[in-house]
Design a protein around this ligand. Sequence first.
Ligand code: C2O
Length: 570
Amino acid sequence: MAAFLFSWSIATTPLAKQSQFVLHEKRNNRLLVSCDQNQTDSKISIENSDEKIERRNLLLGMGGLYGASNLLSVSPAFATPIAAPDFAKCSRGTNLNTGQPLDVNCCPPLSTEIIDYKLPPVTKMRFRPAAHLATEEYIAKFEKAVELMKSLPADDPRNFMQQANVHCAYCNLTYEQVGDSDLRIQIHNCWHFFPWHRWYLYFYERILGKLIGDHTFGLPFWNWDNPEGMVIPAMFSNSSSPLYNSRRNVNHLPPATADLAYSGKDAKHPSKIIPHNLTLMYREMIRHARHLEDFYGAKYSTGSKPNPGPGTVERGSHTAMHSWVGEATRTGEDMGNFYSSGRDTLFFGHHANVDRLWTVWQDLRGSKSKHFTDTDWLNTNFLFYDENAQLVRVKVADTLDNIKMGYDFQKVDIPWQKNKPKARVKKSKVASTSGAPSADSVFPVKLDKVVKVLVPRPKKSRSKKDKENEEELLTIEGIEVDTAEFVKFDVFVNDEDDDPYVLDKAEYAGCFSQLPHKNSSRVNTKIRLGLTELLEDLDCEDDEYILVTLVPKAGGEEITIGGIKIIYVS
Ligand code: C2O
């Protein structure tokens, strides 16, 4: 509580704007912070009545803490975006449940010089082709580039394994948050998912291009949201190619159809994989992605615990494709586990499609806002090695437009735009006749079985205008999972049909899923599912309750759900 007051008092003190904070002393539970603004000297002191001010809360509102001195340099004032990690403090990481060090070390080489990266002027666009449409000539170039990348010295930061480790390091809790050594950096399951991966691919692509002397080289995208592309592209499955990886699920090699709803087991209704995939894409890109947070993921800044909540694409099709490709083992190497996924070249084809979907989503938005304006997002920094092996500091604000970054995608059909799922049972009052218990009497609950609950709707019979102004959202909070496990559950609304393996119906509201990590820790996260259009489709907008069914699909014994409720967000 004291810590909260502390942040609040700084943030609302006008004199504190544009200032530099100096942490003077912490003595007898009394903390003195002076705040100098030009010559103005105002002092803020806070009694710490709770015995202990957590450092992380203290630093909220202060920006990063650099170096060992107690000088806190704040620019811009009070911003708390995630700062670029200090590579020198990279640690192998620990299994947070057992306290044992991890058996993988993905820390990068060190460098003494860091340059603030400026997007170079675009003279010629790089072209990213759809992998299934790529020419022989293109494939030969890509193979050559990857081969050269693999033969760079092992300690060259552009080497193939070093590049794979870049992903591992940013997801395996190996970097401390600058400003809070108690917390780690995790770029998944939060609003950094799209921008961080865009930077990662950006440099990967430039390194490959440089190795073959082609400054227009672009990565191929695996067009898995299009029936034509719903199979591992041929270039990645030729066992004599440098693009090949042997650690993949042998049952999913061509001609197997990619299952965007994959939950660790093969589809119960194989003939429905394609219709499922298309309605799934519609949900992730349109129905459930009306609000920025729902598409991008939840806010994560200095002082935040990792995994505040993934966006629709991240937790859905993206995660499914990782685990569908990786080996059919608990840990799912290479693609099905965060630490190893960058070791499969297909990762880059996969993520080039995720990156393309970001652009497609922005295009479909028309005049609606396409990105956050929160400086805690825009000013976030990451470090990467560029194509010249120079360590550079990049910012999220530079990722908003792929054209400005100098690359574009081959134009392909977007077949799922009209695949609005249809209602199975279109009738009101399903909930009231269901006999299910009310949500507050059930949570928290372990998902080792199917859970059905009634959730009250604070507002019903909303007008068209109300619905335009406010989206009705189902929030599922306090989702606790072990990060070492692959977990997945599906959410259905008013589903009397009760076949949880039929997903191309309006009653299916979406999923939560998580890829395993090398480290193991308990995280607490949340998801939000858009209900406005779904309730229209089910003809139950006048109902007081909805019936929500949670169906564990993988690792249910590992999942606990804290609570579920309906909120309205404008
Ligand atoms: Cu960084 Cu697809 O994961």
